[in-house]
Structures are given as structure tokens and as C-alpha cells.
Write a protein that binds this ligand. Structure first.
Ligand code: SAM
Length: 260
């Protein structure tokens, strides 16, 4: 209910088609990312993988380390259920692909691999970049790991760990971070903590993408705090994703943009 009301508000309050967006950087983003509907060859390949997951009725016991699913809170789940409820739907996953493709980051961190669908979209958008993806649940991690091996994907480093224990170590070992996709443990406290952990390695061109900023009141509060952080220069709220940029050449500005 909370998300539905926020969607209606976003529809009426957001900028449609980039009218009156005076920043050339953001206007290009609207035209090249939000309004482009190109079909890339990898889309059908990844959607076929999703299809096989949706038909996989094997049961597994999961240990969800994050904010629990709103739909199914039991530890016994089928792969098919997880594919139905936890993964980015096709349209949003393809928007994520276009965002990553637009910015061309070299080093990417994903928090929340799940079965690996969003990871596949990211890895295909930047084939020569390194993608570090973290998943806390062992059974889910193993399914994603097998998938990446079967598809012979070489630019994904899949880690089975709790973000709370591993994120800081990963950040310390990297020289800089170009893009982070936050898609796990949707609580206000965790989201703000993970955001703070990344800050030591941000650069002028770092892009942060927060998923589900309207999933709960707490997530929206976290998003508002992130927008107010003094290091943050430009934010783009597409409802599905909250995008954060640190470009010092831009004045501090928050954009609310509509995408179908
Ligand atoms: C929404 S799903 C990710 C979906 C995936 N990005 C996609 O769209 O294909 C979130 C995942 O984060 C994992 N997770 C949540 N909290 C975690 C934590 N503290 N440490 C590690 N993994 C966590 C969950 O097990 C779950 O599989």
C-alpha cells in the first residue's frame, strides 16, 4: 500500500520527458536512458534464464539476512517463488542495464545477488569491467554461482557473505569504486550504513543506485538523508531507483523523473 501511494505521488510530482531540465548531463540521461527502449541481444538470453528459474520448483531452506520479504516470510521456499518475488522485473532490470551501459563503470559492487538476474544484466552492460556481487544466503548463492559458470560469465566475482561483515573489507581492497547497486537488506539503518561504507572510495564519477527507495517509510527516510549528504551533488529519482552522483562541477540538485 505504501509503495502504491508513493507511485501515484511520483507520477504527479515528477518531470515527464525531461521538460525544463536545464542540466545537459541530466537531459542526456533522460534521452539516452529513460526514453530509450532499445532491445539489446542479451535481453532475450537473460530473460530465458529467468524463465528456467520460474519453472524450477526445487525447495530450498533460506536464511534471509536482510529485511524480510513482504510476500513470503517462511524459510522454506522454491526457486520459482524466489524468482517471482525477489528479482527485479524485466522492465526495471533492463532500465538498470541502460543506466550501467550509459555510465560504463570499471568497478561495480552489487549488494544482493539473489539468483543472479540483475548481476547478469550488469555484467552484459560492461563486459570488460569487474563486478563484485554479494549474497548472504548459501543456497541462493550456489544457484547463482552455478548459473554464472554454466553461462561462462567471466567478469563476475560472486561472494557468499553478510554485507555487514564483508562490505568494508571489499571497499578497503579497491582503489576506487565506479558504481554500486544496493539491492539487499532494505532497512533505513542498513542502507545508511552501507552508503557510509562506500564514501571513502568515491570519485567524481562514482554512481550509486539504490533500489526500492519507496519500499517502506524507512527506505524513503534513508533516501532523503542520502540526498542531504554534503558530498552528494546530483540525485535522480526514477521511483524504481534512486541514483546518486558526486560530480563537483554540478550544483546540488535533486531530480524526480518519470519513466514508464
Ligand atoms: C532483492 S534480492 C536481490 C535481487 C537481485 N538483485 C535481482 O534483482 O536479481 C536481495 C538479496 O539480498 C540478500 N541479502 C539481504 N540482506 C543481506 C545481508 N545483510 N548480507 C548478504 N545478503 C543479504 C538476500 O538474501 C536476497 O537474496
Amino acid at each position: 500500500m505504501y509503495s502504491a501511494i508513493q507511485y501515484i505521488k511520483h507520477f504527479f510530482l515528477s518531470n515527464h520527458k525531461g521538460h525544463n531540465v536545464h542540466s545537459p548531463f541530466v537531459y542526456n540521461f533522460v534521452k539516452n536512458v529513460l526514453e530509450t527502449r532499445g532491445e539489446f541481444y542479451c535481453f532475450s538470453e537473460i530473460e530465458n534464464v529467468r524463465e528456467t528459474l520460474l519453472y524450477n520448483h526445487k525447495s530450498i531452506i533460506i536464511n534471509d539476512l536482510g529485511a524480510k520479504s513482504k510476500v513470503d516470510k517462511s524459510p522454506k521456499r522454491t526457486v520459482s517463488d524466489i524468482a517471482k518475488t525477489s528479482l527485479k522485473p524485466k522492465k526495471q532490470a533492463q532500465l538498470l542495464f541502460r543506466i550501467v551501459n550509459h555510465f560504463q563503470p570499471k568497478t561495480v559492487i552489487e549488494l544482493g545477488t539473489s539468483l543472479g538476474i540483475s548481476t547478469l544484466y550488469i555484467s552484459k552492460a560492461v563486459k570488460t569491467s569487474q563486478i563484485i556481487t554479494i549474497e548472504g544466503d548459501k543456497s541462493i548463492f550456489e544457484i547463482a554461482e552455478n548459473l554464472f559458470k554454466t553461462l561462462n560469465i567471466r567478469n563476475i566475482k560472486n561472494i557468499n557473505a553478510n554485507f555487514d561483515n564483508e562490505l568494508e573489507k571489499i571497499v578497503n581492497n579497491l582503489e576506487k569504486i565506479d558504481l554500486v547497486y544496493f539491492d539487499g537488506n532494505h532497512t533505513k539503518e542498513a542502507t545508511l550504513k552501507y552508503f557510509e561504507s562506500i564514501l571513502p572510495k568515491i570519485s567524481e564519477n562514482t554512481v550509486l543506485i539504490f533500489d526500492d527507495i519507496y519500499w517502506s517509510k524507512g527506505m524513503t527516510e534513508a533516501w532523503l538523508e542520502i540526498k542531504m549528504n554534503e558530498k552528494v551533488k546530483v540525485t535522480i529519482d526514477t521511483f524504481y531507483f534512486g541514483i546518486v552522483l558526486f560530480r563537483t562541477t554540478q550544483p546540488k540538485q535533486n531530480f524526480k523523473l518519470y519513466t514508464r
